[in-house]
Design a binder for this molecule. Sequence first.
Ligand code: NAD
Length: 281
Amino acid sequence: MATIIDGKAVAAKVRSEVASEVAKLSQAGKRIPCLAVILAGDNKASEVYVRNKKKDCAEVGFVSREIDFDNDVTESELLKTIAELNADDGVDGILCQLPLPKGIDENTVLRAIDPCKDVDAFHPYSAGLIMQGQPEFLPCTPAGIMRLLDEYAIDVIGKECVIIGRSNIVGKPMAQLLIARSATVTVCHTKTSDLAFHTKRADVIIAAAGKAGLVSGDMIKDGAVVIDVGMNRDANGALCGDCDYESCAQKASFITPVPGGVGPMTRAMLLINTMTAYNKH
Ligand code: NAD
């Protein structure tokens, strides 16, 4: 039976590390780090994410600012707000919660964020630095996964790592971080002809497809490390990942549960990035 990778516990550890840094700043009478979050539109899931981000900021002692817009916000209004936040010395990190309302070009908005305040690391400048192995900010989900691997002393050097998914947010940067750690990386996607061929030879599987039950125990080898990024709803409406937990846990050496695995780490790494932005600032 696999060891369960406890993302909740590691995320709590990260938060307490950040909180102690903030406490030191506060004792020294210094300015406190500030994260600004832009929420545009009335997406219920986004509202929950933003609420959680504010809760995390409050827990570690950060200042957080939320700037809300209705569904009918224009691109130029968003760009104006971002320009103001870029110029504001009291703001260390800027995050624009995705998805944006229809008609707004996500790339234009993300590119408007000052790369020095790009705590989501979605700006092409951040992505370019990651590709060159000199990151300033790491995208939160892949960074959280790397931290989980480190916490559980899972060495990826020379290992066959198979990533399912090639998004800019998870799959591609994940591949870059693993390459930088000297793993041998395969990236699978919707056009991959035989997914099981790849997963069966993987030492580490990172599933980020958003398809419940995509990876079953018969698709992995004994002792594989299974990192499940997926966030889906099963037939009963319960949160589940991309991997069939029961059958994969029988064969894996380590596995992340959903919920309680990668998700809490994504939130925790945003705090690390905000602290990094503050220290650079
Ligand atoms: P996305 O839709 O942008 O990308 C999904 C990727 O998976 C695509 O590249 C696609 O080619 C690939 N894919 C889809 N179906 C596939 C299949 N049957 N076989 C092989 N490849 C397939 O999604 P994303 O933003 O990268 O997120 C992926 C999943 O991870 C979603 O469930 C999302 O909710 C979740 N997610 C979780 C966290 C977290 O913190 N836990 C963070 C980000 C995303």
